[in-house]
Design a protein. Structure first.
Length: 278
């Protein structure tokens, strides 16, 4: 199955918002039991999820549980027995050991770890490189990290992300690629700014991210489009693959008037693989 492009968060205690999320074109829905649900309403949210009925096809269903060590994690994990839940989103992950600890309780169910939400987490990216791990995706977030660091703002004087948060983003990307899992870009907070979201998602795709977190159904179409190769990109990728198939012993070839080598062939095959989801 192709990797999800859009990962849409929805508070698990809101029937109205869940219904809107289910009607969206998101590739994956993350039912949130953590930050968006007050402690008193977490039992309500779990009951709602237990009674949801999945339609055939549609988005993958994921659950963001509360952090390991929290008072809520035990009850959250009881939901994992529901057959429609595809995987777990683990917040506040600090190393691959957290994924291993979770897997001891949940088995081989896929895990998507959010890996930049504490100060310590920035030093553990290479620890996720475990071929036996159920980890399939890594994403990053700035809000919890800025709170953990005691920052007054995550932005610099020009309104751009500060160096520390750009570093966290880059470490997530490199760590995910090193671990052989999907690198997922963080949220774009202003869901009404479609132009800004498109620019950020397009930049993330160019850098190597293959999906992005969303906080509102209105963001889904923009994200899906940004992470779907264009017709021109697909044609160019097909030309590169065809050229190397015709000359399998070549190291460098000319395609479209430009020199391409073996790394371009790898990139072309990746483009064609991602283009399969339409």
């Amino acid at each position: 199955m192709p990797e999800p492009r859009s990962w849409l968060f929805v508070p698990a205690d809101s029937e109205k918002k869940i219904a809107k999320a289910l009607d969206s074109d998101a590739d994956a829905i993350i039912f949130d039991l953590e930050d968006s649900v007050a402690p008193a309403l977490k039992p309500v949210a779990r009951d709602l999820l237990k009674n949801l009925l999945k339609r055939s096809g549609g988005p993958e269903w994921w659950v963001r549980v509360n952090p390991l060590g929290s008072e809520f994690i035990k009850d959250d994990l009881e939901l994992i027995g529901i057959g429609d839940i595809h995987g777990i989103v683990l917040p506040k992950a600090e190393s691959g050991a957290d994924v291993t600890q979770l897997a001891h309780r949940t088995g081989s169910i896929p895990v998507h770890a959010i890996v930049t939400e504490t100060a310590a987490s920035l030093f553990g990216m290479m620890s996720y490189r475990d071929p036996k791990s159920p980890l399939v995706a890594m994403s990053w977030g700035a809000e919890d990290l800025s709170a953990a660091l005691g920052a007054s703002s995550k932005y610099d004087a020009d309104g751009e992300l500060g160096f520390t948060y750009k570093l966290a983003r880059s470490l997530c990307l490199a760590g995910a690629v090193a671990a052989g899992v999907q690198p997922i870009d963080g949220v774009f907070a202003d869901y009404r700014d479609e132009q800004g979201l498109n620019a950020e998602a397009d930049a993330a795709r160019r850098e190597g991210f293959t999906g992005k977190l969303a906080i509102h159904p209105a963001q889904v179409a923009v994200i899906n489009a940004a992470f779907t190769p264009s017709a021109e990109e697909v044609r160019h990728a097909e030309d590169i693959v065809a050229a190397f198939e015709a000359h399998p012993d070549a190291g460098v070839l000319s395609v479209g008037g430009k020199m391409v080598d073996r790394p371009h062939l790898v990139q072309a095959r990746t483009v064609l693989e991602r283009a399969t989801r339409q």
